[in-house]
Design a binder for this molecule. Structure first.
Ligand code: C2E
Ligand code: MG
Ligand code: MG
Length: 542
């Protein structure tokens, strides 16, 4: 009797375990990706079902048998062990498959997300955007792509360190997410560049989202003990208006973002009429970026002469760019590109650093020599400019009083609070300021009077033909008078011959610059030119 009881108990337990094994078998089957694998696991689940039926039959026969043998008991025992074996194997397989799936999911997440902010990355944008476009096409709706770039991120990184920059990006990511709808997609594309995809949105909706993002950046970010305000520039491209596919939308939003950098509101909607970014322009932009980063631009120096003493008093540093494929690109052209693309700040800092480090060697021979560098409106609107200038001056121990910053008249007239503050701070630093290309802008004398400038440079267009054109002569004469009355010195640029020089001397012009003295010289030619004029020797003798 007890033998029969044990046999029945074993087969019943085996039946239950086999039934329990059906669950992991079904889960594994569901987890399979291919039809063949699914079919194989379905067959296995079917076999388990057959086993369950066999177990039930055996249990019934064990109950009905009056004289159970030892063999019946051994068979029941083996079946019980078999069922146990099956459930262990299936559970192990299930947990292995689940672990593999978890690791694969994690790897996919890592590949598609930025580790710093945990936002989706560029790769995920390239997956999501085409899907959103396809969805918009099906539903006949519109969408917008916003590309964004922080305004002073490089300066923050350079000034406060990369660790600080990283924290800034981490603090900023949740803020960006809050400024958009839950259904919208935000990605970090790298560096300080972000993208937002706004599905099912019209022009007004996209615009108000951009304004909301700009607004949310106005509250300072608290990092370490700093309260930092960072601006953001946003470019907007719309589907289907600006592009029908992922690449063209990204390209158009990128173009809009570059013009947003120049826009006082810091956002811009792609406008084909203003699209100066032809393929050619984009090539120049890319190459200029490389040239600045590889430091392959060159600096030339043009002497400025004191017209009273006839001696060289300073040099103006002028950038030169010779690209192997594009040839020589004039500074007027590449400086404009650098301004449009936001590369100008890097170019200016490179130029300042290179010019000062080079200039020190010449000052060893002639300590009176002064250096003039050009800066643009964007430079003087840059909150970090003064810091950067004083950092570079300190790096080389360069006397700020020997540095002149030339800002063109039209740029000087951008009468923004930041411009005024930068100009005042530069002045406090001891740096001199000159108004370049004077006469080409529309200066308000009242405003000019308030500026702490020391020198006015009369534009070459009035100087070169001074003797042939009476109105040019009147302009030059008047500018010299007004400047002197305002306590400013005058530099005439574009002196190409002796007669022009002599006339300027008669008009009591203080300084002169032009091809008559010398064209801008490469670094290697400056010392020889100075020696030939006796400038170095004269200094050594004095
Ligand atoms: P600018 O600051 O007014 O520089 C004087 C320009 O006049 C230079 O042109 C110089 O080569 C040219 N020049 C000097 N003397 C004569 C002359 O007698 N006759 C004629 N026809 N031209 C003369 P360049 O080097 O082509 O530079 C053009 C402009 O590009 C500069 O005008 C300046 O505004 C800008 N630039 C050049 N390098 C830099 C730079 O590193 N940074 C910035 N922000 N601007 C730069
Ligand atoms: Mg200049
Ligand atoms: Mg000039």
């Amino acid at each position: 009797m007890s033998l029969q009881f044990v046999a029945i108990a074993l087969t019943l337990a085996g039946t239950t375990i086999m039934m329990m094994a059906l669950r992991p078998a079904c889960l594994i089957c569901k987890a399979q990706n291919t039809v063949q694998q699914k079919r194989a696991w379905k067959i296995l689940a079917g076999l388990i079902c057959l086993f369950i039926i066999a177990y039930i039959i055996l249990t019934i026969s064990s109950i009905t048998t009056t004289q159970p043998s030892t063999l019946d008991l051994i068979v029941s025992g083996l079946l019980f062990i078999g069922s146990f074996f099956v459930i262990i194997i299936l559970n192990l397989s299930l947990s292995t498959i689940q672990e593999i799936k978890r690791v694969a999911k994690q790897q996919r997440h890592d590949a598609l997300h930025d580790p710093l902010t945990n936002l989706p990355n560029r790769a995920l944008l390239y997956e999501t955007l085409p899907r959103t476009i396809a969805h918009a096409k099906r539903k006949n709706s519109t969408l917008a792509l916003l590309l964004m770039d922080l305004n002073q991120f490089k300066e923050i990184n350079d000034t406060l360190g990369h660790h600080f920059g990283d924290q800034l990006l981490q603090t900023l990511a949740p803020r960006l997410q809050k400024a958009i709808r839950e259904m919208d997609f935000v990605a970090r594309l790298g560096g300080d560049e972000f993208a937002v995809v706004l599905a099912d949105i019209d022009f007004e909706g996209a615009k108000s989202t951009a304004l909301r993002i700009i607004e949310c950046m106005k509250t300072p970010l608290s990092i370490d003990s700093y309260d930092l305000k960072v601006g953001i520039s946003i470019g907007i491209a719309q589907f289907p208006l600006d592009g029908q596919d992922c690449d063209s939308l990204i390209q158009k939003a990128d173009i809009a973002m570059y013009s947003a950098k120049k826009d006082p509101c810091h956002f811009s909607i792609y406008d084909p009429d203003q699209d100066i970014y032809s393929i050619e322009k984009l090539t120049i932009t890319r190459k200029l970026y490389e040239a600045i980063h590889n430091k392959s631009l060159a600096l030339y120096f043009q002497p400025i002469i004191n017209l009273h003493s006839g001696r060289v008093c300073s040099f103006e540093a002028l950038s030169r760019w010779h690209d192997e494929e594009l040839g020589i690109i004039p500074p007027d052209e590449f400086i404009a590109v650098a301004e449009q693309t936001g590369l100008i700040k890097e170019l200016t800092l490179w130029m300042l650093d290179t010019a000062i480090s080079q200039f020190q060697q010449w000052q060893d021979f002639n300590p009176e020599l002064q250096l003039s560098v050009n800066m643009t409106a964007q430079d003087i609107q840059d909150y970090y400019l003064v810091n950067n200038v004083s950092r570079i001056l300190a790096k080389y121990g360069f006397n700020p009083e020997k540095l002149h910053i030339e800002i063109t008249e039209s740029n000087m007239m951008t009468n923004s609070p930041q411009t005024r503050e930068t100009i005042t701070e530069l002045h406090k630093l001891g740096v001199s300021l000159s108004i370049d290309d004077f006469g080409t802008g529309f200066s308000s004398l009242a405003y000019l009077k308030q500026l702490p400038t020391q020198t006015i440079k009369i534009d070459k267009s009035f100087v070169t033909h001074l003797l042939d054109n009476s109105s040019d002569e009147v302009i030059v004469r008047s500018v010299i008078d007004i400047a002197h009355n305002m306590g400013q010195a005058v530099i005439a640029e574009g002196i190409e011959d002796r007669h022009c020089l002599e006339h300027l001397q008669r008009l009591n012009c203080d300084f002169g610059q032009g091809y008559y003295f010398s064209k801008p010289l490469p670094v290697t030619a400056v010392a020889a030119w100075m020696v030939a004029r006796g400038e170095f020797m004269r200094q050594a003798a004095s």
